[in-house]
Design a protein around this ligand. Sequence first.
Ligand SMILES: CC(=O)SCCNC(=O)CCNC(=O)[C@H](O)C(C)(C)COP(=O)(O)OP(=O)(O)OC[C@H]1O[C@@H](n2cnc3c(N)ncnc32)[C@H](O)[C@@H]1OP(=O)(O)O
Length: 409
Amino acid sequence: MTNDLVLRTATEADYPELEAHIHRAFLDDVDEDTADLNRKVFEPGRTQLMTDDGRIVGSGLVITRDLSVPGGVVPAAHVTGVGVASTHRRRGVLTALMNAMLTEAHGRGTEPLAVLWASEGAIYGRYGYGLASWRVSYEIATRDTSVVGTAPDGARLRQVATRDVLDEIVAVYDRVLTERPGLSTRPGQWWEYLTADPKGWRRGMSAERTVLYEDAGGVRGYARFRTKAGWGNSGPDGEVRVTELLAETPEAHAALWRFLTSIDLVRTVKYMHGPIDDPLPHLVTNPDALVGSAGGSLWVRILDVPGALAVRRYAAPVDVVLEVTDTAFTGNTGRWRLVADDDKVDVSRTDADGDVALDVRALGSLYLGGVSAGTLAAGGLISERAPGAVARLSAAFGWHRVPVSVEVF
Ligand SMILES: CC(=O)SCCNC(=O)CCNC(=O)[C@H](O)C(C)(C)COP(=O)(O)OP(=O)(O)OC[C@H]1O[C@@H](n2cnc3c(N)ncnc32)[C@H](O)[C@@H]1OP(=O)(O)O
């Protein structure tokens, strides 16, 4: 092995080697069926590579998408495809790649945030990312519970091939996104990519199906899911795995879950992207049968503190001075006065004393409204300098819906 490490931006021609490298880093092989699929969403100009003697040994991809935040939708650098060859680990390759990705995104001046899903939660805090949203993974024993009630008159469910109803589900997704923080926009070929349904993505399950919920106003919700037949000593033991479920109305939400948990021959329904504030446990006959376990999902790295603070909305009027520390992007360091009331938000640098002091990582956790300032203060991650400031911050940064990221990108 040589030690001729070079950091560079990718080109289109790097794609085949890059794809093999990423699969290897994730302990997988390139599947003939899925080969080239990721090319649909590959942005070579935003992809950083580390090469050793010309061969790729490290990668980090940035994808240009927006993210819903409390009261808005903002450009956010979506970081993904981070992988370092096993032969080159723990020598600072990830650090070099991450610095290059964040510097490029910061330099654009248009993306106040970077976001990612972490393969392992221990990795990204050191780069200023804060864990900002959570998910509930359900494993529902359908024999032990059911969703109460019935759908209203005139409502109906329609089971279809996902690709045949793309326009309808895109419209639902885009409407839900304006109400719920943490969702990523799906520009360009994203929907085509996500619904391509190659065999390699099925992991022993069926092709993807979609069920739509419609009322007099049109489609109000959908669930994309796969099924698997199974037989045990006591009869059928089938499984449903939900890829994504989004609903605009309470009726759509209940009807979709009622459908999924009552399919004949199915004994288990799994879904890994439930929001923490999902009303489902309150709608079933026995919430214990949902077996939900919570885990982290989206990590947020604030790249531009005043820009990020100005672009979201606040749940309560607030006038507070945040004393922020950021060792990587030092322009963020300092005291920022945030004054917000309804739709008016003003952020300015100030010499006034800080009401609270926090690192940019804690600000990332706070940002989407899914982690309260009180929680962070209790952990020593926010220091209160003015009495009552943490309570005011908690009220202002909270949101009526918690963030959820429904897609591991
Ligand atoms: C957004 C995404 O794409 S998530 C996917 C991340 N990729 C994977 O999980 C694939 C398998 N793993 C890998 O490819 C590599 O091990 C990586 C990318 C996680 C780390 O790459 P490396 O080049 O070894 O990291 P690097 O040497 O730059 O380490 C930087 C720091 O992170 C720490 N670190 C790196 N990996 C881990 C880990 N898995 N768990 C805990 N700490 C870690 C290092 O100890 C080091 O700490 P220090 O700053 O205190 O010295």
